[in-house]
Design a protein around this ligand. Structure first.
Ligand code: HEM
Length: 267
């Protein structure tokens, strides 16, 4: 942001920003190499090759969204609604990138590769769970933005701001994240139980149990986040668990190649 490629006597913030740029560049290069290897090693249409293609696609769009955040000044103390939209797009892209990379890692371990389930019933059930995690995540990104721009000095003051009609939109939306998260978590727990109940396969059951467990831990960390006024360490743990929940859901999807029987009751 300060207009030089390698700053002299940088501040901590500048070092963090520079590290993020360098590691992002390395991630893109790594994904590009994996794509080249997949194109050379697998025929067109092979799942592992498709997964590598999607990984490179979302890694590239991730970089573009990240660059857009800086170029359009969606940083520092910018409180515009557009910034919330950019942050949400960034989060959704990160989740799609994680899904593609998980698919790539999963598929590369099987000679014939692995695809997402094709039957409509399983897809609908999984799409419901994916939409829930994305919605909860986006509402969380808006809550985090509210916390960053207008840090509260106490829980009571924070709540007062959340409920005041004269507060900034991000503060009034902040309260919605826990509400959406509790409803969303109920769906995910129900989803995990349906998967465990209907599928005898040990791999799927394990992934579904892990999903349910992660959701419960995430609620506890979310509560700690609120109670402690979101210090950096709970923010990081909460974000890490959100990513882990999502990756576990992708695992459930990839281990469920055939229909989940009797799973037509989507609430
Ligand atoms: C499955 C459940 C949940 C998921 C997937 C989830 C996901 C997320 C995500 C992705 C963020 C944005 C993190 C960032 O960009 O820094 C976030 C922020 C936040 N979440 Fe959750 N969340 C869940 C449950 C909860 C619950 C139940 C609560 C509270 C009771 C909660 C409280 C918060 C708070 C206070 C923030 C803002 C923290 C900050 O300032 O960085 N979350 N959540």
């Amino acid at each position: 942001r300060n207009g030089v490629a390698v700053p002299v006597e940088p501040s901590i913030k500048t070092i963090v920003e520079l590290t993020h740029r360098v590691t992002s560049g390395l991630c893109w290069l790594g994904t590009f190499v994996m794509w080249i290897l997949a194109v050379r090693g697998f025929d067109r249409g092979h799942p592992t090759r498709s997964a590598a293609g999607w990984s490179l696609f979302f890694m590239t769009t991730e970089a573009l969204v990240g660059a857009g955040l800086v170029l359009f000044r969606m940083v520092a103390d910018n409180p515009s609604t557009a910034r919330a939209a950019w942050m949400s797009a960034h989060l959704i892209n990160t989740f799609l990138l994680l899904a593609a990379l998980t698919w790539l890692a999963f598929s590369a371990r099987h000679r014939d590769g692995v695809r997402f389930p094709r039957d409509r019933q399983t897809r609908r059930l999984l799409a419901g769970a994916a939409t829930v995690v994305l919605l909860v995540g986006v509402s969380g990104a808006v809550a985090a933005l509210g916390d960053t721009l207008f840090p509260a000095s106490s829980l009571a003051e924070g709540l007062r701001e959340d409920l005041s009609p004269s507060s900034h939109l991000f503060l009034r939306l902040r309260l919605w994240h826990p509400v959406i998260a509790v409803f969303g978590s109920s769906y995910l727990l129900w989803f995990a139980v349906v998967v465990v109940r209907r599928r005898p396969d040990a791999g799927v059951a394990k992934a579904a149990w892990a999903l349910g467990g992660l959701v419960l831990i995430q609620i506890a960390v979310g509560l700690a986040n609120v109670a402690l006024l979101a210090p950096v360490w709970t923010q990081l743990v909460h974000l890490f668990l959100a990513d882990a929940t999502w990756i576990t859901l992708v695992f459930v999807a990839l281990s469920s190649p055939s229909p989940i029987p009797d799973a037509s009751v989507v609430p």
